[in-house]
Design a protein around this ligand. Structure first.
Ligand code: SAM
Length: 287
């Protein structure tokens, strides 16, 4: 594919606006129009009224989303150097691109899309340095079901494997797998090689789709978050040991009593307990 619109080529935009990629902002840009179109198509942008994109950078994926029929893209970009390039795209697609200059971690995304009155979809080539905190923030959203109906996100392959892991893949299974498995159905859609990016990262990337579950196992997000942080903090230890020191709602928790109440062997390790087991424990933390 040589062009998807009549805007200048991405490489020219990056050169003209002096967008020398910054490592501190996780800037690995995608210029390959076939790949940006493939990611955009995976999100089916025309099917929802709003797409939220984190880190549009020079706008490669943004343009693909708009060309694939997104009605409105709300894009949050931290690097002000990218704003003129994004304003050019907004001019090409009047009324369809809102750019917000800010840190996605600090932005009230639910509030931004609330005015649309229906669910949004998140699509992003995430900056690797904030990808996991952002995903965890979305997975712990309240209320649930959340303000988005699907997430199509690019991560480093190793993070993607942790997101979709279950106790069967013990090495990869951890807090991220529990939180993602609890509230979503997650799957890896496809990989993207380092050579597709400018500059190329050291590792392969993967596009992951996460679809919120309507009714995840009953427990409070804050309790599950707290519990999994503790349990996987010392993942090789038995839970009767690793949960020592855990407290909930201002009260110390007795590990053996908690494990017995949830029907989990005290000699189990965190990496052997599935999402249901963690949710059962978190329910007892809630009192
Ligand atoms: N979407 C573009 C693409 O696919 O070529 C750029 C992706 S690049 C991996 C990540 C982008 O996220 C960069 O443009 C970077 O400036 C931006 N970014 C980094 N940290 C951010 C944050 N906390 N909030 C919003 N944007 C951020």
């Amino acid at each position: 594919m040589s062009a998807i619109d009549d805007l200048p080529a991405l490489r020219d935009i990056v050169r003209d606006h002096g967008l020398l990629p910054k490592k501190s902002l996780g800037q690995n840009f995608l210029f390959d129009l076939n790949l940006t179109a493939r990611i955009a198509r995976a999100a089916q942008p025309a099917a929802v009224p709003v797409i939220v994109e984190i880190g549009p950078g020079p706008g490669g994926l943004t343009r693909a989303l708009l060309a694939e029929g997104a009605h409105k893209v709300i894009a949050i970009e931290r690097d002000e150097r990218c704003l003129p390039a994004l304003a050019q795209i907004a001019g090409r697609y009047p009324g369809r691109l809102d750019v917000i200059h800010g840190d996605a971690l600090e932005t009230d995304l639910a509030g931004l899309v609330a005015t649309a009155g229906c669910k949004a979809r998140i699509c992003a080539n995430l900056p690797y340095n904030v990808a996991t905190p952002l995903l965890v923030q979305w997975l712990l959203s309240e209320p649930w079901p959340p303000w988005f109906d699907r997430m199509v996100l690019m991560f480093q392959r190793e993070v993607a494997e942790r997101i979709v892991a279950t106790p069967v893949q013990r090495e990869d299974y951890g807090r991220l797998g529990v939180l993602a498995g609890w509230r979503t159905r997650a799957r890896i859609l496809f990989d993207i090689p380092p050579s597709a990016f400018t500059p190329p990262p050291k590792v392969v990337s993967s596009v992951v789709e996460l679809t919120p579950r309507e009714s995840p196992a009953d427990c409070r997000a804050a309790d599950l978050s707290n519990l999994t942080r503790f349990a996987f903090g010392q993942r090789r230890k038995m839970l009767r040991q690793s949960l020592k020191g855990l407290s909930a709602h201002g009260q110390p928790v007795e590990p053996l009593a908690l494990l017995e109440a949830a029907g989990i062997e005290p000699t189990r390790r965190a990496e052997e307990v599935d999402v249901e087991g963690f949710a059962a424990m978190a329910r007892f933390l809630g009192g």
